[in-house]
Design a protein around this ligand. Structure first.
Ligand SMILES: [Zn+2]
Length: 226
């Protein structure tokens, strides 16, 4: 549990397989108006795996999810805060909630992190268009390879209409974005992916894409094998 007993309290689900294997962490609900991410994460938290460990925080920012808003006034001072801009690389996270989440991430020696989001625009539209159907990797480890593989896997197997094909990028990890993904890459040298569906697609379709992406990562890591 993160922020136990407070309005921000949110559970951390741990799914453990019998066999030895990697630890994959999945985060949803950083933004409260992105149900594809938090509904997918809730489904993933109910998976059974054979090996390794799956750690899932379905609703990272409960106050924002409760309101259905991207941002929330967590400090109670009238200012809206974006949880995914509170993770500066090399420094302490900015808020108690961000520190609580970071403690889980940093304590558990994770091998891979997926942060699940959705966007009102498509990444391929370019600057200011949004980041939907975008997969964004850290520079660390295998993240970029996994990003490319996920792109092909989803585009070939799930998407007929070219408009909705996934594209993506690998971003630097200088901490300038203050995102959880950046901090995981920069501070822990652990591969991480930020996954964005397009909110113009149905919720069901977005959840299929999101859960399939996470499933693919876990399957390739042998988590469904003994
Ligand atoms: Zn988001």
């Amino acid at each position: 549990m993160v922020q136990k007993g407070l309005a921000e309290e949110t559970p951390v689900h741990v799914v453990a397989g019998e066999g030895y294997g990697p630890t994959v962490m999945v985060v949803g609900g950083m933004h409260g108006d992105e149900p594809a991410g938090y509904n997918s994460a809730a489904r993933i938290a109910r998976w059974n795996i054979k090996s390794g460990r799956l750690m899932v925080i379905p609703e990272a920012c409960k106050p924002a999810v409760r309101k259905g808003n991207r941002l929330s006034d967590r400090s109670g001072d009238g200012n809206l805060q974006d949880l995914n801009r509170e993770f500066p690389a090399g420094k302490t996270p900015w808020s108690p909630l961000a520190r609580g989440i970071w403690n889980v991430v940093a304590d558990k020696d994770i091998d891979f992190l997926l942060d699940l989001h959705s966007s009102s625009g498509l990444y391929k539209w370019g600057n200011g268009g949004g980041v939907g159907q975008g997969i964004f990797a850290t520079n660390a480890g295998e993240a970029d390879q996994v990003r490319r593989r996920l792109q092909s896997y989803l585009n070939d197997g799930f998407i007929d209409n070219d408009t909705y094909k996934f594209t993506g990028a690998t971003a630097g990890e200088d901490g300038s974005k203050r995102m959880l993904k950046h901090k995981v890459g920069a501070d822990l040298n652990t591969p991480a992916i930020l996954f964005e569906t397009y909110r113009g697609l149905s919720d069901e379709r977005q959840e299929t894409l999101t859960t399939s992406a996470v499933y693919n990562v876990c399957r390739r890591k042998g988590m469904f094998d003994k």
